[in-house]
Design a protein around this ligand. Sequence first.
Ligand SMILES: NC(=O)c1ccc[n+]([C@@H]2O[C@H](COP(=O)([O-])OP(=O)(O)OC[C@H]3O[C@@H](n4cnc5c(N)ncnc54)[C@H](O)[C@@H]3O)[C@@H](O)[C@H]2O)c1
Length: 320
Amino acid sequence: MNTAFVTGASGFIGSNLVDRLLAAGLKVVGWDNLSTGQIRFLNGAKQNENFRFVQGDNLDLPALTDAMAGCDFVFHLAANADVRFGTNHPRRDLEQNTIATANVLEGMRANNIRRIAFASTGSIYGEPEIHPTPETAPFPVQTSLYGASKLAAEGMIAAYSEGFGYQSYIFRFVSILGYRYTHGHVFDFFHQLEQHPDHLKVLGDGHQRKSYLHVQDCVDAILTAVNTATEKVNIYNLGTNEYCEVRDSIGWICETLGVKPRLDFTGGKRGWIGDSPFIFLDTQKIRSLGWKPRLSIREGVIATVKYLKANTWVFDARAA
Ligand SMILES: NC(=O)c1ccc[n+]([C@@H]2O[C@H](COP(=O)([O-])OP(=O)(O)OC[C@H]3O[C@@H](n4cnc5c(N)ncnc54)[C@H](O)[C@@H]3O)[C@@H](O)[C@H]2O)c1
């Protein structure tokens, strides 16, 4: 890999990846429409002469194809990354996750780029029966438009790999935490507690069991796999070897903020349509490449609260 093209470069995970690629001495073209991404996240990257940012949209195939010229690897992270509001706008996941991925694959084909890493999600497993859930779990029944759109994108990537000789890396992550975090349960709880430290509304019964991974561990895993795995289609779960209940996470958040709110649960096993009550991925496959996470879930949650405390501007930026 010499020159990487990163879609979603100004997003939470994308901007962390850009910094790591630049630190490794690679050239990077960052692509983003700034819909949820923050240009501020690229302030450091922009100081580096190996970095170029192009603002554009994955649905604009001619512009996307032009921007990819000269690159030899695509990290495709741009997406509608929120599982929660899928049914409010049923075409969004299809357009932003599936059709956008088809465009990325076509842009690559026009530029003769043959390697792609894709940010998929553990949500493609729906509500699995096997825990921890391996990559080879029985073909899952979909429970969210987000998961369905990502699974369709995985299918497109695998078919292009077979049909056009691409090499692909598909990463199914649990929820990611850490530096530049801008969406997810810690974000929502922190925001509520800033406004009213005495009470907290929690979606579901708080007994949902979840697994989380720190963004630096996520980026480490992605780079480990793309540098070592050799199959045509390489599929990896990414997560920690543990899970917690939402109630545990609330305890760590409150302890870090020094607050003791009353908890108001909306009730039920799921917080929203597509919220899997138990997410815990089997990560033996990525571990067999020598990767292991450095931070526990508790450490990741606390690091995220500290990041948000020091960067409350992200709440205004995401609300804008
Ligand atoms: N954060 C998580 O917990 C998590 C978990 C599983 C999978 N993922 C996946 O990882 C990837 C990155 O997620 P994130 O948390 O960094 O989200 P994010 O919203 O911070 O990043 C997505 C980026 O893509 C950009 N973008 C969106 N639509 C675009 C389009 N049409 N054209 C160009 N740019 C566009 C946004 O502006 C943003 O910068 C996504 O594909 C997401 O589905 C994230």
